[in-house]
Design a protein around this ligand. Structure first.
Ligand code: NAP
Length: 293
């Protein structure tokens, strides 16, 4: 069984990005610049944004964190996005989700200039990805694609089952696995809460990608021996034996599934660290005008 090490792979990618940034700077080019907008004081969102800003520093990017009160109006937030859209110094813009209930996520997402949409959430980038054009692909699916590539996982002709159809993980993942290219050329089954006989379908998967958001949902009886298992889920559960008082687990019951799998991502240290590396990569692509030209 191969343990797919997202922590190590993400460090390698960050090193590659840092090397390129140093070259750009040595050539007198502009430092890539990511702006993150954070609305309100949600603890998890602050942690995620903090990690993204720290990662920018690690690779030599400039970053700007725009913090806004949770009672900001939708119109005011749209104006902030517009200002960043028009700021020529900023290459990438992310608006941390979730947003307060009185603000439409769709409206805000749609306001982001596709050329700066390094989260890959705008209709323009989702459409471009679907057409197999150059696009900013959402960070989590992009991170998974990069793991499959760097671990030389064969995908052509394989049956890939994706559990979950969210806009940020399951749905784009299914499109990427079915596209004509590598990784891709898989026969894809996208499953969701209305799917019948889920366990039976999962047992036919050569590649099982799990983004259901339910702790340890996938058990050994749902996995074909020799399958590649990618676990996207992250859940904090109480664990008094840990100094922090908690530990992280995924959507897959790792201890019983790992011995069956030919390759598997752990939680933590699998898909999670790849998400930030993918965001940095998209920002570098934007700074170098590689996607929209
Ligand atoms: P989500 O938006 O809650 O979507 C969950 C999906 O699972 C939905 O499509 C839902 O179906 C489906 N589902 C729910 N119950 C099911 C069942 N019994 N059988 C089959 N499908 C079922 O979740 P998400 O945002 O995609 O995230 C999934 C997990 O990944 C979460 O644990 C999240 O924390 C984690 N995550 C990790 C990263 C990372 O960087 N590692 C990034 C993003 C998310 P319906 O559409 O029918 O409701």
């Amino acid at each position: 069984m191969i343990l797919i090490d997202g922590k190590k792979t993400s460090s390698e990618i960050k090193n590659e990005i840092a090397t390129r940034v140093a070259e750009i700077k040595a050539e007198g080019g502009k430092t890539p610049h990511l702006a993150a907008v954070l609305v309100g004081n949600d603890g998890a969102s602050q942690t995620y944004v903090g990690a993204k800003v720290k990662a920018c520093e690690e690779v030599g990017f400039q970053s700007t964190l725009v913090r806004l009160e949770s009672d900001i109006s939708e119109a005011e937030l749209l104006k902030v996005v517009e200002d960043i859209n028009e700021n020529p110094d900023i290459d990438g813009l992310i608006v941390q989700l979730p947003l307060p209930k009185h603000i439409s996520v769709d409206k805000v997402t749609n306001k982001i200039k596709p050329e700066k949409d390094v989260d890959g959430f705008t209709p323009a980038n989702v459409g471009r990805m679907t057409l197999n054009w150059p696009a900013y692909v959402a960070a989590t699916p992009y991170g998974i694609v990069e793991l499959l590539k760097r671990y030389n996982i064969e995908t052509s002709g394989k049956h890939c089952v994706v559990i979950g159809r969210s806009h940020i993980v399951g749905s784009p993942m299914s499109i990427l696995m079915a596209r004509n290219g590598y990784p891709g050329n898989a026969t894809v089954t996208l499953t969701h809460s209305k799917t019948q006989n889920l366990a039976e379908i999962c047992r036919t998967a050569d590649i099982l990608i799990v983004a259901i958001g339910k702790p340890e949902f996938v058990t050994a009886d749902m996995v074909k021996p020799g399958a590649v298992v990618i676990d996207v889920g992250i859940h904090r559960i109480e664990d008094p034996s840990k100094k922090s008082g908690f530990r992280l687990i995924g959507d897959v019951k790792f201890d019983e599934v790992a011995p069956l799998a030919s390759a598997i991502t752990p939680v933590p240290g699998g898909v999670g660290p790849m998400t930030i590396a993918a965001l940095l990569y998209n920002t570098l692509q934007s700074a170098e005008k590689k996607v929209f030209g």
